[in-house]
Design a protein around this ligand. Structure first.
Ligand code: ARG
Length: 469
């Protein structure tokens, strides 16, 4: 037993029958994957249990032998979980480590487990099972984060802030509306992940090395045992396909891209220049030299981690590019990018679940910024349109009013009627000041998808319903 549970260089594998010399020590370590694929142990054991039951069902092994195998596998699972399993690099990967321990534990019966199976269909099955579980966990985290976003949005359906285009204050919106835009992005991510799961959840086992097996496995039975929705149609494709992993990494990359956008906003908003939000101290760190600093490290890190997940997607696409059918050892390289994409997405979702409910908006700074940016200029143009001025002429007129406001250093709603009217005297009347108010501006956008507080409340109610499915 290895005390610290790290894989050790050992002596020879089970697969050297046709060779006349032992594997080179460097090659042994170079080709091994057990350092990273051992995290598939639970799926590997579940797959082996189902395979053994199937072998008994079709009469290739006896029911007693299947029981012995299953008991041995259960023992191995406990050994691994209690840290008492001796992982060996010489045994290359998680599959051979478990199989050789099974043979050690139960003797010759253990040698029958690999009948009608190859590591090629075995590993493809393991990864799919692992990814399916990961997707289910990520789905739960995404749902939790979606609820958190909608929860904060609900508190701020009336909180005015500037909406931006080109990072310039554009039109007044509500903070709740802005947050619900985040919600929509993540909702699409959740839908995409659920769709990806359909193509993950198909059974490769039974394809064996590439061509199938003369034992005529009952693949439907194995699929049912392992909770797969269907069985991979073609044995060559079953062992060589990694589309599902690429698809997952694409989903993860899109999600991280979204998160990087939110995090960029949090970094900007929490800066002294914006001062829109206060991030909780426990999510920020200090500087080793500048005592005044409160750095938004968590959003910055999430923004940064987008790079590695994008990289993993590229790695997998490039890994699969030009590979001839069927299995090639290249495929062993699928695991680290996939695992790291899962872990990174998991970590970022967890961080945001903690952070989002604690974003504390500075309402007065948001309001000031909205007042400063002539953000109701479009409302003034729309007002003129209602007075029968064609939109292009209205646009021109308001442009001139903005020029006056800039020159006088005043917001639009502090200009006099004469100043607002310019040369077109008389069109703009007292009722314009209601239109120029920020509350009036957001309340006016009172339609499906608009920023009016009433609409945002309805959007949130619909969002909560959508989350139920
Ligand atoms: N460790 C291998 C992998 O991850 C398992 C499959 C090995 N198959 C083979 N024919 N060498 O892909």
């Amino acid at each position: 037993m290895s005390a610290n549970n790290t894989p050790k260089l050992g002596t020879g594998g089970l697969l050297r029958g046709r060779f006349s010399e032992a594997t080179d020590e460097f090659v042994e370590a170079f080709t091994a994957s057990v350092t990273f694929d051992r995290r598939l142990y639970r799926q590997d054991i579940a797959g082996s249990v189902a395979h053994a039951q199937m072998l008994a069902k079709i009469g290739v092994i006896t029911a007693v032998e299947a029981d012995q195998i299953i008991q041995g596998l259960n023992t191995i699972e406990s050994e691994i979980e209690s840290g008492n399993f001796n992982w060996q690099i010489a045994l290359e990967d998680v599959h051979m480590n478990i199989e050789s321990r099974l043979i050690e534990l139960i003797g010759n019966t253990g040698k029958k487990l690999h009948t009608g199976r190859s590591r090629n269909d075995q590993v493809a099955t393991d990864i799919r099972l692992y990814l399916r579980d990961a997707i289910d966990q990520l789905d739960q985290l995404e749902t939790e984060l979606l609820k958190a976003i909608a929860g904060v949005a609900y508190q701020h359906t009336d909180t005015i802030m500037p909406g931006f285009t080109h990072l310039q204050a554009a039109q007044p919106i509500t903070f709740g509306h802005h947050l619900m835009a985040w919600f929509e992005m993540l909702m699409r991510d959740r839908t995409r992940l659920r769709d990806c799961r359909k193509r993950v959840n198909q059974l490769p086992l039974g394809a064996a090395a590439l061509a199938g097996t003369p034992f005529c496995p009952d693949r439907a039975f194995v699929a049912q045992m392992l909770g797969f929705d269907s069985v991979c149609e073609n044995s060559l494709d079953a062992v060589s396909d990694r589309d599902f992993a690429i698809e997952f990494c694409a989903c993860a990359a899109l999600t991280l891209m979204h998160m990087s956008r939110w995090c960029e906003e949090l970094v900007l908003w929490s800066s002294q220049q914006f001062d829109f939000v206060e991030l909780p101290d426990r999510f920020c760190t200090g500087s080793s030299i500048m005592p005044q600093k409160k750095n938004p490290d968590v959003p910055e890190l999430i923004r940064g981690k987008t790079g590695r997940v994008n990289g993993h997607l590229m790695a997998l696409l490039t890994l699969m590019k030009s590979q001839p059918l069927a299995y090639n050892k290249d495929n062993q390289e699928d695991k680290e990018p996939l695992f790291d994409s899962i872990d990174t997405l998991h970590g970022c979702l967890t961080a945001l679940i903690g952070l989002v409910p604690n974003i504390n908006p500075n309402k007065s700074a948001m309001l000031d910024a909205t007042l400063k940016g002539f953000t109701t200029a479009t409302d003034l143009a729309d007002y003129l349109v209602r007075k029968q001025v064609p939109f292009r002429d209205a646009h021109e007129m308001v442009g001139q009013a903005v020029q006056v406001a800039v020159a006088k250093g005043k917001p639009l709603d502090e200009l006099t009627l004469a100043e607002l009217n310019g040369q077109e005297n008389g069109i703009i009347t007292e009722d314009v000041y209601e239109v120029l108010s920020l509350q009036g501006s957001v309340a006016a956008r009172n339609h499906f998808g608009g920023t009016a507080p009433e609409q945002v409340r309805e959007a949130i109610a619909r969002a909560m319903k959508r989350l139920e499915s």
